[in-house]
Design a protein around this ligand. Structure first.
Ligand SMILES: Cc1cc2nc3c(=O)[nH]c(=O)nc-3n(C[C@H](O)[C@H](O)[C@H](O)COP(=O)(O)OP(=O)(O)OC[C@H]3O[C@@H](n4cnc5c(N)ncnc54)[C@H](O)[C@@H]3O)c2cc1C
Length: 594
């Protein structure tokens, strides 16, 4: 998308005054009509400005302007975080035009890249040098900075988080400075920035460690859940470098997917007539029907997974692919995801109790929510990692187990044709209750509910949360990178930490035509009081004067942005649409592998 450099003529006077004070040869590529939404289209928001810098000088100019005009800044990768983490009514910065490879060190197998690069772009470039990323999650659409910011992981006991491959970072802080950090330089900042939640500054460069490019051979087999649990402590997670499981609670079966590196040439999986668009649409329609008759869901589970992977235990599918694509899967439809990390050894108990609860066996489940009449849409995703052997510094907000292997349980809930499933609230309450009891910590990006607060996280993270918040406060004392998600999740309540001058607060979220909610925010201080304008942190008296004016103008501007404009019009206007759950479907090879 080509955004023209913003002309001062189109902007409110305070903007133009401040803009004109800065180097005019550094462009300011921005749009005032951007409609933002998450991949699943569950959250929508309208940033006041959507800015796409192409150089470091442009990034620094954005931060300087935001500070002088008293704006919050949110960096967005491709908005694949399912929560409202990236929603804003203030300034949104996207680094899709800041995505070059800057240096490749063939000997150390590292690549220095601009932080907007998407994982698939990185791997495509890496292949030219005989390299690839060592591990991936289910998709490779994410920007590298976005992926590491939320502790994105794949599924392998032989690997940790994606952040574990980061050797160094460069980050533009709220004062406009670009600072490098690594285990040898600004180590505390590095540990905070490895899983930053976007609340430290704008990461502009990432030095990433790769491995030699290779293929993997994957094999997936249907097994009885009793077999899977029987192997849990033995070979289940160690039999191959990459292993993941889909748990089918009503069928008492699981699909076990495993993959090893190989020198074999690529080989497609056996053709299955149901596996492409027929299966995709059939499943979608059945899920939609189950919105009205939820008790159909166990039969749908039996039919869909039987048609795709086989009705008999032991049915197997296999293929050979490049590592960079072989690890991926098609995530199908818009969905809610609620994923927690817990000690691997708690897995069998957690799965037995959750399965029992879903099947109405409350005595075995011992979960204090009523499962009567509740049916769920999708398999439970079961994955692993092990960060305990990672050599580099540990991110303060790493949610995995410190001294042993980690299990991730992901309660995915599809939203057929954009409709929320009726089981949503009760299922997630029960699931989260169990995860807490199992010693779990939530995946930062996903749809956990309001029970995850600073008090809960302080118990789970102890000194690490404190350390992260201390570094955060040092590098961004005015809260330029703080939003409502951060306040209600990681920051202490306002009684302990008063509202920061640039912090953004959620004002309203309202249902959107076609599904999801529209999120509207405004600078928290305008609503709640908090730190005064004269806190003395601004650069000069002159910019302080400008701030006061800018604040008033921003209120007017934000009001106008709340008008209910049709989103498609907006997209057409600015010629943009980032990835979404509806774009992702190709019609072929949808179900090759889970
Ligand atoms: C279909 C799908 C499949 C997924 N599969 C997995 C999976 O297998 N494993 C897993 O762990 N997760 C998975 N996720 C979650 C996903 O990996 C994370 O949400 C990731 O953070 C998204 O990256 P993004 O580039 O879209 O970042 P965004 O969602 O846009 O942003 C995430 C965070 O990063 C911050 N950020 C982005 N860029 C910068 C920057 N340059 N500087 C500073 N902060 C920045 C943002 O402010 C925000 O706080 C999946 C999500 C989807 C939608």
């Amino acid at each position: 998308m080509n955004l023209t450099p913003l002309s001062p003529i189109n902007m409110a006077s305070r903007f133009s005054i401040e803009l004109e004070k800065l180097d005019p040869t550094v462009p300011f590529h921005a749009s005032q009509t951007h409609a933002h939404h998450t991949w699943a289209q569950t959250f929508h928001s309208r940033p006041e400005l959507y800015i796409r810098p192409q150089t470091l000088a442009e990034v620094q100019k954005i931060v300087t302007l935001a500070r002088r005009l008293r704006r919050r800044v949110v960096v967005v990768g491709c908005a694949h975080s399912p929560s409202d983490l990236t929603c804003t009514s203030a300034w949104m910065v996207n680094l899709d035009d800041f995505n070059s490879v800057l240096r490749v060190d063939a000997e150390k197998k590292t690549m220095l890249v601009q932080a907007g690069i998407r994982l698939h772009q990185l791997n495509t470039k890496a292949k030219e040098y005989g390299l690839t990323m060592r591990n991936l999650g289910s998709i490779d659409h994410q920007s590298i900075a976005g992926a590491i910011a939320t502790a994105t992981h794949g599924s392998s006991l032989y690997h940790g988080l994606l952040s574990a491959s980061v050797k160094s970072l460069r980050i533009v802080l709220a004062n406009g400075q670009a600072v490098r950090c690594s285990k040898d330089q600004n180590e505390e900042l590095f540990r905070a920035a490895l899983v930053s939640l976007g609340a430290l500054g704008i990461i502009v460069e990432v030095e990433f460690e790769m491995i030699d490019h290779c293929n993997i051979e994957w094999v997936q087999t249907i097994q009885a859940t009793s077999t899977v649990l029987g192997n849990w402590e033995r070979t289940l997670w160690t039999q191959a470098e990459y292993t993941r499981v889909w748990w089918l609670p009503y069928m008492q079966r699981a699909i076990v997917w495993r993959a090893e590196k190989t020198t074999k040439p690529p080989r497609q999986p056996e053709y299955n007539w149901y596996g492409g668009s027929i299966g995709y649409h059939t499943y979608h329609i059945m899920l939609w029907a189950a919105q009205y008759v939820p008790r159909l869901l166990p039969t749908i589970e039996w039919f869909v997974f039987g048609m795709q992977y086989g009705f008999r235990n032991g049915s197997t599918i296999s293929a050979v692919e490049e590592l960079r694509s072989g690890l991926l899967m098609n995530c199908l439809y818009s969905q809610f995801v609620n994923e927690w990390a817990l000690p691997l050894h708690r897995g069998p108990e957690a799965l037995r109790r959750l399965t029992a609860w879903l099947n109405g066996d409350t005595a075995t489940a011992r979960i204090p929510f009523d499962p009567a009449g509740l049916f769920v849409h999708s398999p439970i995703e079961v994955r692993v990692s092990d960060t305990s052997a990672t050599a580099g510094p540990r991110p303060f907000l790493d949610n995995t187990v410190v001294d042993g292997p980690t299990l991730y349980l992901n309660a995915t809930l599809y939203r057929p044709y954009g409709q929320d499933p009726p089981c949503l609230r009760r299922y997630y309450q029960a699931f989260e209750w169990l995860m807490r009891e199992m010693g779990g910590r939530p995946h930062w990006a996903k749809n956990f509910t309001d029970g995850v607060t600073h008090a809960v996280l302080a118990e789970l993270y102890g000194g690490d949360l404190e350390a992260y918040l201390r570094v955060r406060a040092e590098v961004d004392p005015e809260g330029m990178f703080v939003g409502d998600w951060h306040r209600r999740t990681i920051l202490p309540p306002k009684a302990e930490l008063p509202v920061l001058p640039l912090e953004e607060k959620e004002v309203v979220r309202r249902p959107k035509r076609g599904g999801g909610v529209e999120w509207v925010g405004e600078q928290a201080r305008w609503w709640d009081g908090g730190v005064g304008m004269g806190s003395g942190r601004s650069e000069s008296e002159e910019s302080f004067d400008l701030m006061v004016g800018a604040e008033a103008e921003a209120s007017v501007l934000l009001e106008s942005l709340r008008e209910d404009m049709d989103e498609d019009d907006v997209d057409t206007l600015v010629g943009r649409r980032h990835g979404s759950a509806t774009d992702g479907f190709t019609g072929t090879r949808v179900f090759d592998k889970m």
